[in-house]
Design a protein around this ligand. Structure first.
Ligand code: SF4
Length: 475
């Protein structure tokens, strides 16, 4: 029948607005057993699979991946692009912006609490110190006291970025919630009263969006405008302003990044390092890299950046667009339209694949950012929808398998340099796509599913745990 898709059980449960406890009750098992199924730590028996299918009124086959590359999932829509691009403080969307959001929600829900306790699990525990997760959590609950514990041992967790929050009053526990920081600063709760963001897009496959746009003879960004709410363009203009500000602030900065690795800030150096005989090509590479470094260094310094789609990969999209605006005088409005097209690509990856390094490795962060940057450039250059698709596909395809192994859990090495390399790669992908688009064999939808599958197969030590790869190097 194929491989059991553990995520599908969770997906169906959430879709049916059911908690793990409730599903467990229906099945006659514990909520812990449900949690283990959903995270792939154990498999339901054949009889239980039939029960699950009955409860959710789906065929048993629906719980299996018969062919990850060709199976057609039902289109369930996508969230707003405003859920993808967020202005916030670095260094990590899943380790700082997501937990901050979860804590704000929990704090508001327990306004009368006099003490909080947060326990971090999985990647949040393993790289939380380097990412400053504990500092952000304490700051968010301030002035109420909050203790933060790191649980490195527990494996029975529903997502690699899991955190438990407990509220106390006069020494008594009054509330407890489990939050999952699922990437790009987004969170979900193991709790029914949390409303996930509305799905404003009905379509969630590139092929469907492409057909729709072709039928109506509209561009991808125009399709987005048809679906987004009022004030969307104003929001996107603010996003572009924040991206430009992060580049300008980064170029003006110098010194050493915080965290103890003694990494020198290099954006300004790159920006000013013009060779006498520099070619136009070399200059382009140097400037694009300087802009990517500028954002990456602002992020690593805990300054304000825009998730695109995450904090760690925040430099790729702004670097290529800022370079084009500086050199070819594109208006802010033109840039914003291209950012919207990139947002649709990022949204497709977020919906059908992942944008979380802890879930699928760096291919999900830098690879996604590269695909978004390629789509943005394609839009800016006036390429047709197939060329834009091919540019994005090339960009993400050649990041497949890229591991997430930040040294000391800091979003510095290899992250910052990786932003610069991906920005240059996005430019090359657009160039290649404009020549070869009609020879392509792999669709964007398929490469996104492949990325997810590759991420699932990747050993967990390469998924933002700082336990393998580059993170083992002794600097
Ligand atoms: S290695 Fe990639 S995914 Fe991991 S923290 Fe750095 S930028 Fe993010």
């Amino acid at each position: 029948m194929g491989i059991l898709n553990h995520a599908k059980i969770k997906e169906l449960r959430i879709k049916n607005k059911m908690s793990q406890k409730e599903l467990g009750k229906y099945m006659g098992i514990s909520d812990r057993a449900v949690s283990k199924w959903e995270s792939g730590l154990s498999n339901p028996s054949g009889q239980n699979l039939i029960k699950i299918a009955k409860i959710f009124n789906v065929p048993v086959e629906c719980l299996f991946d018969n062919d990850i590359l060709t199976h057609e999932e039902k289109s369930e829509g996508m969230e707003s692009i405003t859920e993808l691009y967020k202005i916030g403080r670095g260094p990590s969307s899943s380790h700082t912006i997501g937990p901050e959001k979860a804590c704000l929600f929990f704090k508001k829900r327990n306004a009368d609490a006099d003490c909080f306790k947060v326990t971090l699990f999985g990647s949040l525990a393993k790289t939380g110190k380097g990412h400053g997760t504990d500092t952000v959590i304490k700051k968010t609950f301030y002035p109420v006291e909050c203790s933060v514990e790191f649980d490195f041992a527990s494996a029975d967790i529903p997502h690699p970025n899991t955190m438990d929050m407990i509220a106390f009053k006069s020494g008594k526990q009054i509330d407890k919630m489990r939050a999952l920081s699922v990437g790009g600063g987004s969170i979900s709760f193991e709790n029914r009263d949390f409303q996930p963001p509305e799905r404003v897009y009905a379509l969630s496959k590139f092929d469907d969006i492409c057909n729709y746009c072709k039928n109506k003879n509209i561009k991808i960004w125009e399709y987005a405008l048809e679906n987004e709410n009022d004030g969307f363009m104003e929001y996107m203009l603010k996003i572009w302003d924040a991206m430009k500000a992060s580049i300008k602030n980064g170029l003006a900065d110098s010194g050493v990044l915080p965290g103890g690795l003694s990494v020198q800030k290099k954006a300004k150096i790159l920006f000013n390092s013009q060779h006498i005989d520099e070619t136009a090509q070399t200059r382009e590479n140097r400037m694009v890299c300087a802009y990517a470094f500028a954002v990456g260094e602002q992020n690593a310094s805990g300054e304000t950046i825009v998730t695109a789609p995450t904090c760690g990969a925040a430099g790729v999209v702004p670097a290529v667009l800022f370079y084009e605006q500086q050199n070819n005088n594109y208006s802010d409005e033109q840039i914003v339209k291209s950012l919207i097209t990139a947002g649709i690509i990022g949204n497709l990856i977020k919906t059908n694949g992942s944008i979380s390094g802890a879930e699928c490795g760096c291919q999900a962060e830098i690879g996604s950012a590269c695909a978004m940057a390629a789509a943005a450039l394609g839009e800016l250059f006036g390429l047709g929808i197939e060329k834009i698709e091919y540019a994005s596909e090339i960009a993400i395809e050649h990041h497949l398998g890229l591991t997430c192994d930040p040294i000391c859990g800091l979003v510095q090495i290899p992250c910052i340099e990786r932003n610069a390399v991906a920005a240059m790669r996005a430019i090359n992908a657009v160039s290649l796509a404009s020549f070869l688009w009609d020879t392509r064999k792999i669709s964007l939808d398929k490469v996104i599913l492949t990325m997810k599958e590759t991420g699932r197969d990747m050993h967990k030590s390469y998924k933002e745990t700082s336990e393998a790869g580059l993170s083992k190097l002794d600097l």
